[in-house]
Design a protein around this ligand. Structure first.
Ligand code: ADP
Ligand code: MG
Length: 465
């Protein structure tokens, strides 16, 4: 019986991870963090996966939002399930809102009190954050802020980077650190979406004064995903005011965003200017070594014995972001938990991660079109010129550079690349070879090609492979 519970537990954890990966936006993932703790006792009954909730309204809402995604996740874990059913449990109705037993990230509320704050993940701490070259600046700045909130020149601290790279983790780590040492301080963690909703509610209910007062009492404001505010003109004024009065009182503000302040579209300049007055740090995609270190740390934390070669395999193949890496590890862990008698081999891991690896390829793969456009821009010529038959040197070079980069940076065949250029595969081959020979002797050209490669978000070292 206990063994069975443990297996359900492992399966559920895997489902949670996978559903999270299937959700395309941060907002949907945040919503999931609020809803999934309301789901209980997930189990398989015949071919039906049953999940208990506390109220009928949750049955309808969760079925609409998550049934299909949960079903797909279960099937990809090799379970023969053809239905996901939410049912109301009497016990739960009585003691509504208890955190789910099987949730790995049991949320905790940082502080009861005036400013509304959202639950933080209890495991998003500095101890659980793996440092590496991709995040060392961000980590150092976050640590400094946590040690002396409002007392460093890092105010505001603005952390930006792609999705799933650890922004929320690092921001919440500051929150945990401060609350552990200064329980008297008022810490507010809130997503910009919720901040915006509260603002609109306050406006409609004539409660702006209370809204302002609430936020101005905060000692540490952790505002997640500020890119959400960017397009919303009407809130920027209020945000600017709240922001200024907090900074004026030497209260600490930390923000995250998926782009740098200057790239926040639809954001007033005085606001982005203000964001940059403190410290702006970027989190980049982790290197192979960091990915491996994260995997080792996560495996250790969960007490999973996964062979080194499997961890290396994951680190080599899943490169885009940490959330995807966690998802991959979780799949492997689920397999081990469910199949005690089958040793985990590289072959099995390869099979389990087939879909994720395919997906990585599509994320990483550039299109020939993107390459042509970037090359044209760098050389100050038009896209049509690159595609034309014109053979002047000012056009032949960019055209051949685009061919060269298409060969190096995409997985497309010479034929396919040829088709995109309206040329034969032999022409593409010849063009790419010409550039290869020229960059060996022309350092100017080499520089240009390397710059374009960086602009395309790729590492120039790939050109030498
Ligand atoms: P973001 O907010 O940038 O989208 P998150 O902070 O939600 O990303 O991170 C996604 C997942 O990856 C989380 O589970 C987080 O714990 C994990 N993670 C990211 N970076 C690290 C790291 N350096 N060390 C350990 N875990 C990490
Ligand atoms: Mg986040």
């Amino acid at each position: 019986m206990e063994e069975k519970m443990k297996n359900w537990n492992a399966l559920w954890n895997s489902v949670v991870q996978q559903v999270k990966m299937l959700l395309p936006t941060e907002i949907e993932r945040n919503r999931m963090d609020r809803y999934f703790p309301l789901m209980h006792s997930p189990r398989l009954e015949e071919n039906c996966y049953v999940i208990e909730v506390g109220e009928q309204i949750q049955v309808e809402m969760f079925a609409k939002l998550y049934s299909q995604l949960i079903l797909e996740s279960l099937q990809s874990c090799g379970q023969s399930v053809d239905e996901v059913k939410f049912i109301v449990s009497k016990d739960l109705s009585a003691q509504q809102q208890q955190p789910a037993k099987f949730q790995r990230t049991t949320p905790v509320t940082p502080q009861r009190g005036m400013p509304s704050t959202m639950p933080m993940h209890e495991n998003y701490t500095f101890e659980n954050f793996v440092k590496g070259p991709s995040n060392s600046f961000a980590h150092a700045a976050a640590t400094a802020v946590a040690k002396g909130p409002g007392r460093t020149s890092y105010n505001p601290l603005f952390i930006y980077g792609g999705t799933g790279l650890g922004k929320t983790h690092l921001m919440e780590a500051i929150g945990h650190y401060v609350l552990d040492r200064h329980p008297e301080m008022s810490v507010c963690y809130i997503t910009s979406e919720t901040f915006l909703n509260e603002y609109v509610n306050a406006l409609q209910n004539d409660a702006m004064h209370a809204f302002r007062e609430r936020y101005r009492k905060v000692d540490l404001l952790l505002l997640d995903d500020v890119q959400f505010i960017a397009g919303k003109q009407q809130i920027q004024e209020e945000f600017f005011n709240t922001f200024n009065s907090l900074l004026g009182l030497r209260k600490q503000v930390v923000m995250t965003s998926d782009v740098a302040p200057k790239d926040l579209k639809g954001c007033e300049e005085r606001l982005t200017g203000r964001f940059q007055q403190g410290m702006v740090v970027e989190i980049e995609s982790p290197s192979y070594e960091t990915r491996l270190a994260i995997l080792k740390s996560k495996a250790l934390a969960g007490q999973h014995l996964i062979p080194d070669d499997i961890l290396k395999f994951i680190a080599e193949n899943i490169r885009s972001h940490v959330r995807a890496i966690e998802g991959a590890l979780n799949r492997v862990v689920t397999f081990v938990d469910l199949n005690h008698d089958i040793p985990l081999t590289l072959d099995i891991a390869q099979h389990l991660l087939k879909d994720s690896i395919e997906e990585e390829k599509t994320i990483k793969d550039l299109t020939v079109d993107e390459i042509m456009r970037t090359v044209a821009l760098a050389y100050g010529v038009k896209m049509e010129d690159i595609l034309s038959k014109e053979r002047t040197q000012t056009l032949v070079t960019p055209r051949q550079v685009a061919m060269f980069l298409s060969c190096k940076l995409t997985t497309r065949s010479l034929q396919e690349i040829g088709r995109s250029f309206g040329k034969t595969h032999a022409t593409v081959y010849h063009g790419a070879q010409t550039i290869q020979k020229r960059i060996d002797v022309e350092s100017e050209l080499q520089k240009t090609v390397e710059n374009i490669t960086s602009q395309l978000g790729r590492n120039p070292s790939e050109l030498t492979k």
